[in-house]
Design a protein around this ligand. Sequence first.
Ligand code: NCD
Length: 325
Amino acid sequence: MAKSVKTTTINGNFKGKDILSLDQFSPKDISILFKRTLKMRDIGANARPSEILKGNIVTLIFYEPSSRTFGSFGASVKQLGGATIDILDPKSFSSVSKGETLEDTIRVFEAYCDAIVIRHPNMGTAQKAAEAAQHVPVINAGDGIGEHPSQALLDLFTIYEHAEKLDGLTGVLAGDMLNGRTVHSLIRGLAKYKKNKLYLLSPKELKLSREDFRKFSESGISLIEISSTQDIPRDADFWYWTRVQKERFKSLRKYEKVKNKFILDNRLISERAGINTIFMHPLPRVGEILTEVDNDPRAAYLRTEVRNGMYVRMALIALVLGKIK
Ligand code: NCD
């Protein structure tokens, strides 16, 4: 059967839909996803055998290096009894190296599976893949500097678990606002809720593009750009640190100039964090959070955030495949 729904709002019904952007989600959709995520946590955390995705195959096609997101999606499918076709680095190892177009690759693989998860270095490519796929839904696992919706959903889940709400929050996003796709999706997500305030801490070269800043601000979220750790508010609910996206720079020199300007360490925590501030990071970190922070009970990045990623993706895939309602 041909796919009838393309990029569109979820509107309470995930089945068959491409997941490309946080713009597709309403707070109600996010709350449906989170309720299912709690069930998935029960399956995942208690190693309960599940057959929800038995007989289903999901293709994971990653044109950009990935271990975390790739592993997380793979584990999610397998936790639910499904199987994956894993294509890492198709530029070197597949017909793509012979010059095959993205469209053809997608048309071929959709014949083998029930959903495609794609990561690509160019913004907009997940959308192109979704348009090429005629029968199966496509999930964006990161398209260049564009978006990374499943990461933002797991980040929102982690914040919700901690703060028990998704409105009236104060957060700090630090690092690469310009190129960070997880940041772009997370801001879109938090903008769905009322009275959220975000402090964006970055070197001036890595501020949000003016277009994004205007678009996000108009969508109702309060964004305050800061350039010093001294401007971090003391009452934040979460700090979301990010890596400067080296692969997006034209020259190594330019990258070296702006990398690791803001380090999350115990000193900064004692100066600026509150007792309820949680510390988050999409990972991988490359020096911007010191390991001395890892054992702080407020550090979520290597604990809840990673696990939540798997549970959220389990719920998302099962919903998109219509295996749960
Ligand atoms: C993020 C990404 O790929 O955008 N990582 C991830 O999904 N695990 C963040 C990053 O690479 O910095």
